[in-house]
Design a protein around this ligand. Structure first.
Ligand SMILES: Cc1ncc(COP(=O)(O)O)c(C=O)c1O
Length: 404
């Protein structure tokens, strides 16, 4: 039906699809007793000393704008952090921008580099904002599908096959949302050869860098030949349990950073000063808390992977982030049906894999950033859901499986 406002609205905005994650989240919010494995958000509260530093900064009257790129003190601390944790050296004066979450950094990156029709390769399954943000910036998102057989890792051949003369950049997210897959140094080495050969830029979403369980996280910018072509994106949301603070940052070659800063200064001005002061405390004094959260996620990951496999939902062991991405093909349901029926029948909210791209069909994303008790209860309900379904489909076979 043609809407009265149709001719006022931008074609690009009209064509955007609402996020598939929100749909399930909103539905779950209308029901009681739902266990949500749907949202990608730490169940921990931001460490106290970060909150305290922010409260103190308000008491001390820190209420003004900051430099567009953020407090120099914070940019210096971010520079230290990137150098000591990931071995990449930046200049705080002209290579770092403090943003409103990694979300804004991704938006800035695409706006700064894309001309109309430029193509961006997006390794799928992928976080839901990438393709819409490419489209908003006038570019064309080109999906490159990965599969469980390859641990959801993209290969150099796949990238090479997707490149055209219009390809400007590739978006890489490791550790990955939704699959949890990690690209090791060796994996990246293979990819960078093609990226260099075709002179592409990389938008590297490293928001889950602190949540790498085998300690083998490697920043794309640290790889040989990649520093000059990488826009590194990171932030405080996940590792430091600061989602609601909306604080992220980016690091890039000077010319690209300068271009992004122009857009940032007109659209955003700067991130809130009191939160930037809290972030200073995060980078200076809270690694022990980040580590303790990481250890807790690791225990939950191990539990989830083991239990899902026991239930017949084949699940690879993710190297990072806080998601598992099990296959639900054995149930004969599509991911949308599985997620919907599970929510209605057992009150467990998960995200159907197809919202992360076509290659996510046949999978569901479960976030394990929730308490162990909740996870155990969710697994009991999923077990019940699967057993009930088996009984309906094949009463005698189900009987023997359940008894065994
Ligand atoms: C892969 C990925 N990138 C970026 C973001 C956005 O992070 P922020 O809260 O810093 O905007 C998320 C949030 O879920 C994410 O999963």
């Amino acid at each position: 039906m043609k809407h009265a406002y149709d001719h006022y609205l931008s074609q690009t905005a009209k064509e955007l699809q609402p996020s598939g994650i929100r749909k399930f989240f909103d539905l779950a919010a209308t029901m009681e007793g739902v266990i949500s494995l749907g949202v990608g958000e730490p169940d921990f509260i931001t460490p106290w000393s970060i909150r305290e530093a922010t409260i103190l900064s308000l008491e001390q009257g820190y209420t003004s704008y900051t430099a567009n790129a953020g407090l120099l003190e914070l940019r210096e601390e971010i520079t230290n952090y990137l150098a000591t944790r990931f071995g990449v050296q930046y200049d705080p004066n002209n290579q770092i921008i403090v943003t409103i979450g990694a979300s804004q950094a991704i938006d800035l990156a695409f706006r700064a580099i894309l001309n109309q029709g430029d193509e961006v390769l997006i390794v799928e399954p992928a976080f839901v904002s990438y393709a819409p943000l490419v489209a908003i910036a006038g570019g064309k998102p080109i999906p490159v599908s990965t599969s469980a057989a390859n641990g959801f890792k993209v290969t150099a051949e796949q990238i090479e096959a997707a490149i055209t003369e219009k390809t400007k950049a590739i978006l890489i997210c490791s550790p990955n949302n939704p699959t949890g897959s990690m690209l090791t140094k060796d994996d990246l080495m293979e990819l960078t050869t093609v990226i260099n050969k075709h002179d592409l830029l990389v938008v590297s979403d490293e928001i889950y860098a602190e949540l790498s369980y085998n300690g083998d996280f490697c920043s794309v910018a640290a790889m040989e030949g990649m520093y000059e072509r990488t826009i590194l994106i990171n932030g405080f949301s996940k590792g430091f349990a600061m989602t609601g603070w909306r604080l992220g940052f980016l690091a890039a070659p000077k010319e690209i950073a300068a271009c992004m800063l122009k857009i940032h200064q007109y659209t955003t001005m700067c991130a809130p000063i009191m939160l930037q002061r809290g972030a200073l405390e995060a980078l200076r004094n809270t690694y022990h808390e980040v580590e303790s959260m990481r250890n807790s996620y690791r225990r939950r990951r191990n539990y989830m992977v083991q239990t899902l496999n026991q239930l017949g939902l084949e699940c690879h062991t993710p190297g990072g982030a806080f998601y598992v991405f099990p296959s639900i093909r054995s149930t004969g349901l599509s991911s949308e049906q599985f997620a919907e029926e599970l929510l209605v029948q057992e009150k467990v909210a998960v995200v159907p894999g197809h919202v992360f791209g076509e290659s996510g069909e046949g999978y569901i994303r479960c976030s394990y950033a929730t308490s162990m008790e909740q996870l155990q209860e969710a697994m009991r309900r999923i077990k019940h859901f699967i057993e009930t379904r088996k009984k309906v489909l094949c009463p005698t076979a189900a009987q023997s499986t359940i008894q065994s």
